[in-house]
Design a protein around this ligand. Sequence first.
Ligand code: UD1
Length: 417
Amino acid sequence: MDSFYIKGGTPLNGKLKVPTAKNALLPILACSIMCSGVVTIPECTKFSDVKYMANILASLGAKTKFEDDTLIIDSGTADKFFISDEYTKKVRSSIFMLGPLVARFKQAKVAYPGGCNIGTRPIDLHIKGLEALNVKIEERHGYIYCDAKNISPGEVHLDFPSVGATENIIMASVLLNGTTKIYNAAKEPEIEDLQNFINAMGGCVRGAGTSTIEIVGVKKLHSVCYTPISDRIIAGTYLIACACAGGKVALTNVNSTFNTALIAKLKQSGCNIKTKNDNIIIEVGRRPKSISKIETMPYPGFPTDLQSQMLTLQTLCRGTSVIVENLFETRFKIYTELTKMGADIIVKDRMAFVKGVKTLYGAAVTAPDLRSGAGLVIAGVCAEGYTTINDVYHIDRGYLNIETDLNNLGAEIKRIK
Ligand code: UD1
């Protein structure tokens, strides 16, 4: 398994283009199985999670191929509705296949999903949502069996605005004869992107980005060429990296409105941030101030996927900070690793109390999950001396060559194979 060897202590300067988003690509790939034509996705970022998802589509009988960075999916030949745990344990988003499979085959058998180890991550909302559309579901021997012979449009009220459940229910409803409504839907930009993708294939989805989504069924979805939105979590990670390391970084291909929660906090810390068209420029001269309280929330609140990186920033700020994690119960695993680097952090249940220190020191650490891994890379880039990070395969799930990006900005990171 690869590791990173980082020589810390350099500021970050330069320009980076942010790639298309993992969390937009994954549901879009899943949804492609419902298309009667060919789906072409230019600039499809080859995150390892995206490659696993493309493998799932191929295992169902779809033809998938990359031509450079363009992914082409022809689902006409797909004839299977079964996904084994060999695939699902690698990528949690395999759960997104439930909706598209029942839409296309009126049945599905999918093994329980794996993915990042950040909490219990139940799937009850996905299941209740599909049951509200008259899908009969049984859970046996580690598999979810869906019988959708009698699937019909309906009204779904989500007890919590789950991103994945919202996307699954949208996809299950697109080809039904009638209108489905989702109340208390998640409002993440990736859901609006899924809506735009479906509508570009001739579907009819309205309201994504608000808490009520309406899906008017259509008979079929036609071929499409669609470029997904850029990755707001990668953009946020690099803004935080610059806030920690100092310097001046310009990000292109970003929509700054997707990162308003983070930008507000970085400005409060004393970072100079300018946004124009699809660019964000951050300039950081002196050690930032701590943010007294950061609480993760569903969009447009502060994203849980930037919490670990923000925790790393707080370890180096002037002052103290409290971070409250409301989404995933075990998402503070980074703190034991940061403590090895000299951070002053106390974690109690879902809260982390952070007292900023002037310097972190390089150490041997292990990435516990995807975003914690990114937080550790930032810590390594800022630390005095050398840092080794093991298990970087977690990071590769959601960053495409993070070391190349940061090295282009002046960092010194080597991947050891
Ligand atoms: C998606 C993102 C992930 C992000 C998360 C929250 C993708 C591929 N992944 O994950 O990067 O961290 O949104 O922004 O888009 N829950 C239930 N029952 C369910 C489903 C969820 O209780 O059936 C709970 C979860 O345990 C969690 C909360 O709802 O506490 C949010 O989860 P959800 O929005 O579903 O996250 P994901 O779709 O898994």
